[in-house]
Design a protein around this ligand. Structure first.
Ligand SMILES: Cc1cc2nc3c(=O)[nH]c(=O)nc-3n(C[C@H](O)[C@H](O)[C@H](O)COP(=O)(O)OP(=O)(O)OC[C@H]3O[C@@H](n4cnc5c(N)ncnc54)[C@H](O)[C@@H]3O)c2cc1C
Length: 545
């Protein structure tokens, strides 16, 4: 309220021209774009509605902020000098983990109900809007489940724990807990992309093995077990390494230090050493890469969906700001050039969500063609959406002006997070080459990619011409040096094809004009669309309310 007392009134402290506080949000109900594609691609809208409402509440968004600000701490020894190798987290971290696992973040895709992966993908998107760090252990716990099929005994032990929908952060043997999480430790100092360079050694010890070696990255070291790779006589092999040995002792997994990372701060990423750590083999000796790829394939879905969440959080914040802020006697939302910047973001966002959820639907599909499209599609979506994400967040930050650069706004968190999903689970070049290799080795990969593009033929002559050019230029994929171009173009065409079939006409038309036809410069908002208001309106009604 304005202070009218001339003695106490401080005119410079009167707050004007700032948006009202955001309060509770609903990450599901407020997001038409997510709802549209989640419906179209078979997600469970009830599950998503519950999770989106829960995560959007002010207290959960505050928990996200706290979990990032008060970062995990490594405790190597107890007060008596015994090794404990524990990491402690702020209570907000546990609050978010509990909400996610109870909502079915890890379990839902494997429950006997349809649409599990599409539902999971929507959850990934919403989780990333609030706090991306906790997504890492939850994602790994989701993704490890199909890899466990390589050993029925291990599967039958761990699967019920992972599927329990309980979060149990206590540091005890997993058989004494109400729920468990599993992480992954592949990367070593001498090679991350090239895991065949792993030097960790596994030697037989009765039915089990003992591991000696290091891992350069092991995120979420408080997980109850890790999938890891080590060399045996038969070659690189996959193992499950529990935190506790079967006789109830702490396993020989030493946490050497936590990484001081650019972002993803709520998540403890560590370096570890195996000191004759007890391990059970998962799959045959020498088939380690094949076995762990089952897990990697599924974590890739999450890295393809995460940028959609980061984009949505940034866009939503930008819209809230421009609706509540004026400059030069006009609200920012009404400034034509600001509308161009926002419209360009809306197009990017919708394309990212559409492709991500279409790929997630393929993960749910029963046919060989679904599985083939899931494999090639997830790599294309991961590549293209992450490459667009960093610049998107930076532009959204600039929409807020100076306060976008300040830690009280969510923009710095989003900005620091933005590059990560491109790096892990296969960095950009590795993914682009992987796409190329799949096309060369699996004829079905090329067939399903072309079939997906062909489904959009006849809807827009500009898109048809671009597809002709694409097919003529790379009839069997691309040379190695052009793999990025191929991946980026395939992503843009897939997005355009989905939008032309499923988005409102104004969105599809503008996407094609700017991303296919060339009515766009090389910076966000450099678009020649005349009046971009209809595009901004696609996402702005809830922000304006
Ligand atoms: C925050 C964070 C958490 C992580 N958590 C985990 C974890 O829990 N478990 C785990 O195992 N790993 C984890 N990682 C590691 C991550 O998966 C690797 O960093 C990643 O796979 C890349 O491996 P690298 O760092 O060894 O890079 P390199 O393999 O050395 O690659 C460096 C660059 O070379 C490029 N490149 C590689 N091969 C080629 C080629 N043939 N042609 C052209 N370019 C090429 C890559 O694209 C990349 O840009 C984590 C990483 C981060 C940042």
């Amino acid at each position: 309220m304005t202070d009218l007392n001339p003695k106490t009134r401080l005119e410079t402290h009167e707050v004007t021209n700032q948006p009202t506080a955001r309060g509770d949000l609903d990450l599901w109900a407020d997001d038409h774009v997510l709802r549209h594609y989640a419906h179209l691609f078979g997600a469970d809208e009830v599950d998503l509605a519950i999770y989106g409402k829960c995560l959007g509440r002010e207290n959960m968004r505050e928990a996200g902020r706290l979990a990032n600000r008060f970062t995990p701490e490594l405790r190597v020894f107890d007060r008596s000098g015994r090794r404990v190798d524990e990491v402690t987290f702020h209570p907000a971290y546990h609050q978010l983990m509990q909400a996610g696992l109870e909502a079915g973040y890890a379990a839902r895709p494997w429950e006997d109900r349809p649409g599990g992966h599409a539902t999971h993908a929507g959850m990934v998107m919403m989780q990333n809007q609030v706090e991306p760090g906790v997504a890492c252990p939850m994602t790994m716990s989701y993704a490890v489940i199909p890899a466990l099929d390589a050993n029925p005994e291990i599967r039958d032990t761990w699967r019920p724990r992972l599927m329990s929908r309980h979060y149990d952060p206590s540091v005890r043997p997993a058989n004494q807990k109400t729920g468990a999480t599993i992480g992954m430790a592949m990367t070593e100092k001498q090679g991350g992309s090239d895991v065949r360079a792993n030097t960790t050694e596994a030697t037989r010890d009765g039915d089990a093995y003992r591991l000696r070696g290091h891992k350069w990255f092991c995120s979420a070291p408080m997980c109850d077990a890790f999938l890891t790779l080590a060399q045996t006589k038969g070659g690189l092999t996959c193992f499950v390494v529990p935190r506790w040995t079967p006789d109830g002792r702490r396993n020989g997994i030493h946490i050497m230090r936590l990484k001081d990372k650019l972002g993803n701060r709520a998540n403890a990423s560590s370096e570890i050493e195996y000191h004759d750590a007890y391990a059970q083999r998962l799959g045959e000796e020498g088939k380690g890469v094949k076995t762990i790829l089952q897990m990697v394939h599924h974590t890739r879905l999450d890295t393809a969906m995460a940028p959609a969440g980061l984009m949505r959080a940034a866009l939503s914040e930008a819209l809230w700001w421009v609706n509540g802020r004026a400059a030069f006697q006009r609200r920012l939302i009404d400034q034509p050039l600001m509308q161009s910047v926002l419209a360009d973001m809306v197009l990017e966002y919708e394309g990212t969500v559409a492709l991500g959820l279409r790929v997630a639907q393929a993960f749910d599909g029963p046919e060989a063609a679904d599985r083939a499209f899931a494999r090639i599609g997830v790599a294309i979506a991961k590549f293209t959406s992450n490459k667009r994400c960093v610049n998107f967040i930076y532009e959204a930050m600039e929409v807020l002006g100076g306060v976008g650069y300040v830690e009280e706004s969510p923009m710095p968190l989003l900005y620091r997070e933005a590059p990560l999903n491109s790096i892990w689970e296969g960095a950009g070049n590795v993914i682009a080459l992987d796409i190329q290799r799949s096309l060369a080795r699996e004829s079905l990969a090329g067939e399903v990619l072309m079939a997906e593009l062909a489904a959009a033929r006849g809807c827009d002559s500009r898109l048809d011409a671009a597809m002709d050019d694409f097919s003529a230029r790379w009839p069997h994929g691309a040379p190695e040096s052009e793999a990025r171009w191929f991946a980026a173009r395939a992503g843009t065409l897939l997005k355009a094809g989905l939008l032309v079939r499923h988005a409102p006409e104004a969105i599809a038309d503008a996407f094609i004009a700017t991303r296919i036809e060339g009515q766009r410069g090389d910076v966000m908002g450099a678009i020649a669309l005349g009046d971009p208001r209809a595009i901004v309106a696609r996402v702005n009604d809830s922000a304006a309310a």
